[in-house]
Ligand binder design. Structure first.
Ligand SMILES: NC(=O)c1ccc[n+]([C@@H]2O[C@H](COP(=O)([O-])OP(=O)(O)OC[C@H]3O[C@@H](n4cnc5c(N)ncnc54)[C@H](OP(=O)(O)O)[C@@H]3O)[C@@H](O)[C@H]2O)c1
Length: 350
């Protein structure tokens, strides 16, 4: 019987769902997933469906979890403007953690997922490679708000905390406002069906700038390491695949992987140009016998536009986590190709 019991708050998103699969495959831990939806996949994890924004409902729904040792916070509430993210994203963290704390005297660790936007990577050029002790951008920043809350809230408690700052997490999920892999794969499949070459739809400058991503499996392994290693206690780390790339160098490989001709850069807003392809996507799904996931659940086009228009280098420094003892890394070019293969195997794309 496993002695560890992990609760994943936000267990169906790109970080939470992949962490759930990783813990299932690599540990004997008991796992409880928390989200508003039910999982649409086979899992040995228990699931609790609750709206974490509703404090009373959260305390009631999680009250039976009396032996939780580890909390992984992977929740996210998207909001129309950046400052508006603060309140709901702090609320879902505080409600979830406090409810578990009340229910489970066994709590050992709370892990928080932050992101590179704490350095202002979404605002424009920022100091690169960003280091963990760089100051945040002009507040508010919801990662900063969450981390400060966690630091304060942990004081005088027996449990420890840790946090990771990944850059663009790559893995399969449904209904995520930020899932780049799904966006690239669906965009390529639609372009191919329309007889178009694979064109980079972002800006020329972004095509040539340096970018980094974080493989969801690597991130999951790293979250588990943070939750269990002495060297990670009460600290925060950047995490990426460790290497860097430019879209101009990986895009030709994508064209090969999709068996398409490589086109030139042609900047379009995917958020404007793709919604009317929902019908075509249904035809593609029928033609190739794909899973009937809805177009909207698979891709959020504004996030793809966002990733493809960073006209400046996006780089974080990962020395700190390596010095602390986590040394895994991933070859990003190969990761993309492997993830496209995974999407094919899952019958998400042709
Ligand atoms: N995706 C990336 O590329 C990326 C990169 C860097 C950092 N991050 C950060 O990583 C964190 C997790 O992001 P993500 O991309 O994994 O998010 P995501 O794919 O949107 O997943 C969010 C999870 O939270 C759940 N959730 C949302 N609102 C909820 C509520 N009110 N009550 C209960 N559950 C709720 C969602 O499930 P339901 O909808 O079923 O409730 C889902 O399981 C965020 O802080 C994000 O900023 C993400």
């Amino acid at each position: 019987m496993a002695t560890q019991h992990a609760v994943i708050l936000g267990a169906l998103g790109v970080t939470g769902r992949n962490l759930l699969h990783w813990l299932e495959a690599n540990t004997d831990w008991r796992i409880t997933g928390v989200a508003r939806r039910k999982p649409n996949f086979e899992t040995r994890a228990q699931f609790v469906q609750v709206d974490l924004l509703d404090r009373d409902a959260t305390f009631e729904a999680l009250a039976h979890l009396k032996d939780v040792t580890h909390v992984f916070f992977c929740g996210f509430v998207p909001m129309p403007s950046w400052p508006e993210h603060d309140a709901p994203n702090l609320a879902i963290l505080a409600n979830g953690v406090e409810a578990i704390e009340k229910a489970s005297p066994a709590l050992e660790h709370v892990h928080l997922i932050e992101g590179t936007k704490i350095y202002g990577s979404h605002l424009g050029r920022f100091r690169t490679p960003a280091k963990e002790d760089d100051p945040p951008h002009m507040l508010p920043n919801f990662y900063y708000t969450q981390e400060q809350w966690l630091r304060r809230h942990r004081q005088g408690k027996d449990w420890s905390w840790s946090a990771l700052r990944p850059q663009t997490v790559c893995g399969f999920s449904l209904g995520s406002p930020m899932n780049l892999i799904n966006a690239i794969a669906v965009y390529a499949a639609i372009s191919k069906e329309m007889g178009l070459p694979l064109r980079y739809p972002g800006s020329e400058a972004a095509y040539r700038a340096i970018y980094q991503v974080t493989d969801a499996d690597l991130l999951s392994k790293c979250m588990h390491w943070c939750a269990t290693a002495e060297g990670a206690r009460d600290d925060v780390f950047n995490i990426t695949n460790t290497d860097f790339f430019r879209w101009e160098n990986v895009w030709p490989r994508f064209a090969k992987a999709f068996d398409m001709e490589l086109g030139q850069v042609q900047h379009i807003s995917l958020a404007q140009f793709m919604p009317d392809k929902a019908g075509l996507w249904q035809d593609i799904q029928k033609k190739y016998g794909l899973e009937p996931y809805s177009f909207e659940d698979l891709v959020s086009w504004p996030f793809a536009d966002y990733c493809f228009t960073r006209d400046y280098d996006v780089m974080t420094d990962t020395l700190k986590i390596r010095r602390a003892g986590f040394h895994d890394c991933v070859d990003t070019e190969q990761m993309f190709i492997d993830l496209f293969d995974t999407l094919r195997a899952k019958r998400v794309i042709p």
